[in-house]
Design a protein around this ligand. Sequence first.
Ligand SMILES: Cc1ncc(COP(=O)(O)O)c(C=O)c1O
Length: 481
Amino acid sequence: MMTSDAFSAEFEAFLAAHPAYGETGGLDALREHDFGRLDAAGQVYLDFTGGGLYGESQVREHLELLTSNVFGNPHSANPTSLAATAQVEAARDAVLAYLNADPEEYDVIFTSNASGALKLVGEAYPFAPEARYLVSYDNHNSVNGIREFAARAGATVAYVPVTLPDLRLDTDLLERGLEALEPGADGLFAYPAQSNFSGVQHPLEWVERARELGWDVLLDSAAFAPTNRLDLSAVRPDFVPLSFYKMFGYPTGIGALIARRAALAKLVRPWFAGGTITLASVGAGVHRLASGHTGFEDGTVDYLGLPAVRIGLEHLKAAGIDDIHTRVGALGAWLLAEMDAMSHSNGAPMVRVFGPKTMERRGATIAFYLLDPTGAVYDVDLVERLAGARGISVRTGCFCNPGDGEVAHAITAEEMSGCFTAPGVPVTLRDCQRLIEDATGKVPNTIRASLGWASNFADVFALREFMAGFRDVPASEIGRA
Ligand SMILES: Cc1ncc(COP(=O)(O)O)c(C=O)c1O
């Protein structure tokens, strides 16, 4: 264990190497007064890409609002309903304002999460035999899943691969994929602003390039928005899915599809529901869908939770997204450099990072695993458990991002197909991992540490100290989970 003097010395060296971190002291104050529960409980939270953390004052403010008002189901003319409608619309306005989106150009549809937003697009996009769905390899499964809607309609589905070692897209293949859209045909191009696996940040300029070539562009910003500024007056994707709990922790269960009004008008909803129509008749068998967001919000929105979205955005804005970005950038740079430098006494590296090794064009989401002195991989699930015993929360698995995982671990399509031999029989990542590991020695399982607005040096230091504990320990001595 390091002494506090040793910690202080490392912190001083970190500050000297990353002076910009010292200018984000407001976030230290925030950590102290709004996230004090972390240190009080001895928790080192390194799973911000899994879920953001809420500041305690957000919850108090929300509670105060709920306990001092009476809210009824929105969209009636009675006072409690009007009060709820006002809160819902204030949340909608707050989302647009936060993203610097022109309300004339963009609309906000509240959903239950980013996946709900993605499904709205997938099920309503006018996929047809001449249409195309172009997808980057490093998408989250909720973006991959749209291929089922596309394929069912006979559209062409094409993936643009990521390449080793950095897991960035092959830009020549991307350009070719973009140029393959026939004039006049519908095409949806989907990529993440930041991969939730590798942390890679793809150029936002691709949005404009793809739109010039006739594509509708879905920019998955779920992993990007919590620590990066997304300005929809500068970058103009057609569809942007978000989950608010990833941005500011609370509430869970609310996301949004931010959509260009023109792109929204192109979607064809496969059904109607309460709240989405201007009128429906049973006798006449006819309905008329409402325009804009109303036509996409099925049933009653979470009108008690939505005020917490406005509150969360206000808190995120007050904390300062640029400071958050600077801070996680400095912490990420330190962690990546430490990971790169750590070695066993025989000189063998202790850590293998999947993705870029510096913070250039990437976020502070770091996928890695730990290697023993012979290069064998320590059992990932066991590492998670041992980290947990020290109060450290990292995530393991494939993070719903199979494309990045398969390329990172060099798993071939044939090897993956081997996991799906019995049609319809459920197979888990763990089953598949064991199968591939036993057959090939490859380990298709990964550890992920991700930083967010409450992260500080002590958090990344604790992870470094935990990893250092594996020095010179054979993997066989540790065993499997
Ligand atoms: C890049 C990305 N897209 C989409 C999602 C889906 O978000 P949710 O599970 O909140 O629907 C996630 C969640 O991790 C993500 O990281």
